[in-house]
Design a protein around this ligand. Structure first.
Ligand code: NAD
Length: 430
């Protein structure tokens, strides 16, 4: 099938590349001509393992194209996937400006009936609204049918998630339009969940909010473990054996970040407010997360009487491993907090340094290795569980730092091993 994907960010680009790989002819369109130029040169604007290789394969096979030209993009396609951003507005609701802009372009451009799929995460009722918006503006006799197909991929494993996802949700009010999208995905053996449009939109928000809830829950338990002498990791293992609870997403740490959990939880709260419905649990999830993001600095302040002028090395900046995404990353709050306390901040990340440089410029020292970052440091703060952060030899903290004081925000080291190496070690809930 001939597919247009609008937006070449984490979701749009991965979707476009994967759909071309399963046999469709895909054009990826973005308003950023810089991104399109980069893509045309064979490079990806985002870091995602395996993505550039898969791009190259499908470009060579003449199944994958990139353009920033509206005329070229929007004409004679069987369906259009919208994968533009829906960031949060000041009041926490989802900003639909980009989706609306795409809708208006579709209305002006299409010359035949077209199926429009919203992959972006949008509040309940958005697909109906966008369908009306377009159909009121299309040419004589031309109509679109909207299909909600929310995305569940995770940055860092996005390709694997697209090919081997847990489910594909297809929400449509038109049986035919839904069947059409089901057909597109038929080469993948992933369970398909067919629903009405509004339930599909809600599935996405409820799923993300539930995962965020699990994280805040275990973090709150972790804080209580610290005070009572229990070990949150052992508690999580013991809980996870119960299939009703499950053993995933019970890892205590310094809170969730990223482009989805915080914004989607806020958007769901905003939706609840709009409908005069309660959001007690969701409010608490965010509150716990805000507190948790400060846990490491609190521990630093408790340990050092005065941290003015002390050298802190932050290991890991991305909001999670295998991505260069720093949106709402706990590392940023940590940097802000340490700077405000007069600490000299040194940072290391294998791929997210450039993104952080854009925010902090020369207020922070950037390093290309862990060794370099921790050299002569007073403290090391482990913030993203990159493999190299997890596997960094403990003895090196002792060799390279002024004094080996490690604050582990992701519980990646063993307290037992740290003690053996005479490292002063703090972690979360243990
Ligand atoms: N990132 C994730 O892990 C993830 C996972 C699931 C769902 N989502 C959802 O998917 C959506 C996209 O997220 P993302 O992280 O890929 O966003 P992103 O910010 O990485 O990418 C959005 C892209 O859309 C482009 N764009 C904006 N307006 C445009 C227009 N009018 N025409 C063409 N292109 C336009 C931007 O230039 C950008 O390249 C969001 O709603 C997000 O909540 C994201």
């Amino acid at each position: 099938m001939k597919i247009l994907v609008v937006g070449t960010g984490y979701v749009g680009l991965v979707t476009g590349v994967c759909l071309s790989d399963i046999g469709h002819e895909v054009t990826c369109f973005d308003i950023s001509s810089e991104k399109i130029d980069l893509l045309k040169s064979g490079r990806s604007p985002i870091y995602e393992p395996g993505l550039e290789q898969l791009m190259e394969k499908n470009v060579k096979a003449n199944k994958l194209f990139f353009t920033s030209n509206v005329q070229e993009a929007y004409q004679s396609v069987d369906c259009i996937f919208i994968a533009v951003g829906t960031p949060e507005t000041r009041d926490g609701s989802a900003d639909l400006t980009y989706v609306e802009e795409v809708a208006l372009t579709i209305a002006e451009s299409i010359k035949q009936d077209t199926i429009v799929v919203i992959k972006s995460t949008v509040p309940v009722g958005t697909n109906d609204y966008i369908e009306r918006l377009i159909n009121e503006r299309t040419g004589e006799g031309i109509k679109v049918h909207l299909v909600s197909n929310p995305e569940f991929l995770r940055e860092g494993s996005a390709i694997k998630d697209t090919f081997e996802g847990s489910r594909i949700v297809i929400g449509s009010n038109s049986q035919e339009a839904g069947d059409f999208i089901e057909e597109i995905y038929s080469p993948l053996s992933i369970p398909i969940v067919r629903t009405d449009i509004r339930s599909a939109e809600m599935i996405k928000y409820a799923s993300n909010a539930f995962l965020a809830t699990k994280i805040s829950f275990i973090n709150e338990v972790a804080n209580l473990c610290e005070k009572t002498g229990a070990n949150v990791e052992e508690v999580a293992v013991g809980m996870g054996f119960d299939k009703r609870i499950g053993n995933q997403f019970l890892k205590a740490g310094i809170g969730f970040g990223g482009s989805c959990f915080p914004k989607d939880t806020k958007a769901l709260i905003s939706l609840a407010n709009e409908y005069d419905s309660s959001s007690y649990i969701l409010d608490a999830v965010l509150k716990v997360n805000d507190i948790q993001k400060k846990r490491l600095v609190e521990k630093v302040k408790d340990y050092f009487i005065d941290i003015q002028g002390k050298k802190a090395a932050i290991l890991g900046l991305a909001f999670k491993p295998n991505t260069n995404d720093i949106r709402e990353a706990p590392s940023l709050e940590l940097i802000d907090e340490l700077l405000s306390l007069g600490t000299e901040v040194h940072v290391y990340d294998p791929i997210a340094l450039e993104n952080v440089k854009e925010i902090y410029g020369d207020r922070v020292y950037f390093h290309h290795s862990i060794d370099e970052a921790i050299e002569n440091a007073d403290m090391a703060l482990l913030v993203t569980e990159w493999r190299e952060v997890k596997g960094f030899p403990l003895k090196k903290y002792k060799e390279l730092m002024k004094r080996p004081v490690v604050f582990d925000g992701r519980n990646v080291l063993s307290p037992f091993d740290a003690k053996k190496e005479e490292i002063t070690y703090f972690s979360i809930g243990r």
